[in-house]
Design a protein around this ligand. Structure first.
Ligand SMILES: [Zn+2]
Length: 116
């Protein structure tokens, strides 16, 4: 890259997007699938519905109140998930193809378009 080149916008290093059906490929929920409900490209993390549930402690706001334990989805590094191909029904790597001038995402195994 040329020295002094303008800073481009922060590249989106997350290979999946909100609404994708993904499978967790490592960690305690390995093999489970869920839908992405939030993506944080800056951190490279995602939130997947029903996966990586963590218990958070909410401090009492006023004296005399007790704190609360709540369960919520914790952020997962996007590198720990793979999109699930709707045709193979398996986690897959994502390829890119041009279709009528549009870049589409395809399953590297069977070539099916990955859209949700
Ligand atoms: Zn496939």
């Amino acid at each position: 890259m040329a020295v002094g080149a303008k800073h481009a916008a922060v590249p989106n290093k997350v290979h999946v997007k909100t609404g994708d059906n993904v499978m967790l490929i490592s960690g305690k929920d390995k093999g489970k699938t869920g839908k992405i409900v939030a993506v944080s490209p800056d951190e490279g993390k995602i939130i997947v519905e029903g996966l990586n549930i963590v218990t958070k402690y909410i401090k009492p706001r006023q004296q005399g109140q007790s704190g609360q334990m709540v369960k919520a989805e914790g952020a997962i590094y996007s590198s720990k998930v793979q999109p699930v191909c709707p045709k193979c029904d398996k986690p897959t790597r994502v390829g890119h193809e041009l279709k009528k001038g549009d870049k589409i995402r395809v399953c590297k195994k069977c070539g099916a378009e990955l859209k949700y």
